[in-house]
Design a protein around this ligand. Structure first.
Ligand code: HOZ
Length: 428
């Protein structure tokens, strides 16, 4: 594949945008080379500025669960745009998407829309602090809840990819209120709670981690967190930015039948437009301004184009009740195929998979937390990544990211991908 135009565009971008990108994980720093500039996308495919076609396994880091340029979403946005793009006043559309989301997700009465997953998690923590009148939170090493100050402590995703899991710029005062626990280790969480009795407002967790590769919760982990929270007056926040409306209609709460106190959304809920949301039962949500004392706001929150895209997406997922099973089957097929060819080529690997999330780790040991995720062989990952790009397949340019499977992928696409992985892994 030729990347002449992408290289030129990247050189231009670097002059006026730090690192040439508006979000660090796009910059290829973990794998080397030049970011690919996208011209357009349709269904399961990306088309770049050099005229190459790539099968897409990032899908905008999750939102495009039904494929790129999904017609009902595109049409909804076009129609809304003709009526005005932002008012800073309430619209009926906001109530429609809120009502639909509340009907799809268990255990929530009210939802507030924001503009990103970062905003959702940041606001959820503020709400939890206001509600419990406590300051501290527990987060897990390798979990990523966006780039807000409280979360950039041993964060996953781009933060760890670039070696800055604890970012400069986060004050010591902020950092001291974020306690760090080990994912899938309940004893560790219990010890932290004991050492900070009556001081912890919330435990925030990706109920299926997706920012150190895909790491499903160990048996009993989420149930244990629920029990610890209930016993200690702590709110349990599920960051379902990746998993919400993806692993099940009602997200992980539905999938594992475990109730969180606050749930955060992003990605799929916006249908590819910038949308986040956080939701809870009324008792908690009524603590938000203008009803309650916890302030949270946004000029573009509930923006009509974003709400139109999100509503069209949720309606599609609500209507097609077979979608999550279909996605799971496609992902299982892909996982089994990758396993077969990597084994045949004597590659050391571990595959983690749940629903339509999957990650390939170049290490023989189980990947269950940040430490085991970080043990993967990054040199092999680099060869894997560039080898796949050369074959017309795009995965995330970092070993710490999850692949997101879209329903637009055909079994022919999956077979093509498995064959490409066979070819590439012979060169390791
Ligand atoms: N939160 C996304 C998945 N790790 C990455 C998006 C980004 O940081 O650009």
């Amino acid at each position: 594949m030729i990347y002449k135009r992408s290289s030129e565009l990247f050189a231009e971008a670097e002059k006026v945008i730090p690192g040439g990108v508006n979000s660090p994980v796009r910059a290829f720093k973990a794998v080397g080379g030049t970011p690919i500039f996208v011209k357009s996308a349709k269904g399961a495919y990306l088309y770049d500025e050099d005229g190459n076609r790539l099968i897409d396994y990032i899908n905008s880091w999750g939102p495009m669960i039904l494929g790129h340029a999904y017609e009902p979403v595109v049409e909804a946005v076009i129609q809304k745009a003709k009526l005005g793009t932002s008012f800073g006043m309430p619209t009926e559309l906001e109530t429609q998407i809120a009502a639909l989301a509340v009907s799809m997700v268990p255990n929530i009465d009210k939802i507030r829309f924001v503009n990103s997953g970062t905003e959702a998690c940041m606001s959820a923590v503020r709400l939890a602090r206001g509600f419990t009148k406590r300051d501290k939170i527990i987060k897990f090493a390798g979990c990523y809840h966006g780039h807000s100050d409280s979360f950039l402590i041993q964060a996953g995703s781009g933060a760890v990819t670039f070696g800055t899991p604890n970012s400069p710029g986060v004050t010591a005062g902020t950092a001291k209120d974020t306690l760090l626990a080990k994912y899938n280790d309940l004893e560790n969480v219990a010890t932290l709670i004991e050492a900070n009795k009556n001081e912890i407002a919330a435990i925030i967790v990706e109920p299926v981690a997706g920012n150190m590769g895909c790491i499903p919760p160990a048996k009993g982990f989420l149930e244990g967190l629920r029990e610890l929270c209930t016993a200690n007056g702590i709110l349990l926040i599920f960051d379902e930015v990746m998993t919400g409306f993806r692993l099940a209609r009602g997200g992980v709460q539905e999938l594992f039948n475990i109730n969180a106190d606050i749930v955060c959304f992003g990605k799929v809920i916006g249908g590819g437009l910038p949308v986040g949301a956080f939701a809870a039962r009324a008792e908690i949500m009524n603590f938000l301004a203008p009803l309650g004392p916890v302030y949270q706001a946004g000029t573009l929150s509930g923006n009509p184009l974003a709400m139109a895209a999100g509503l069209a997406m949720l309606q599609a997922l609500d209507t097609d009740r077979a979608i999550f099973k279909r996605l799971e089957e496609k992902t299982a097929y892909l996982g089994a195929g990758i396993e077969r060819v990597l084994k045949a080529n004597n590659v050391v690997f571990t595959i983690n998979r749940i629903g339509s999330m999957i990650s390939v780790h170049f290490d023989a040991n189980p990947v269950t937390d940040f430490k085991s995720a970080a043990a993967g062989d990054n040199e092999t990952f680099k060869k894997f990544f560039h080898g796949l790009v050369a074959e017309g397949i795009y995965i995330a340019p970092s070993a710490y990211e999850t692949w997101f499977i879209t329903d637009a992928l055909t079994y022919e696409d999956l077979d093509f991908t498995i064959q490409a992985i066979d070819k590439v892994s012979k060169t390791f």
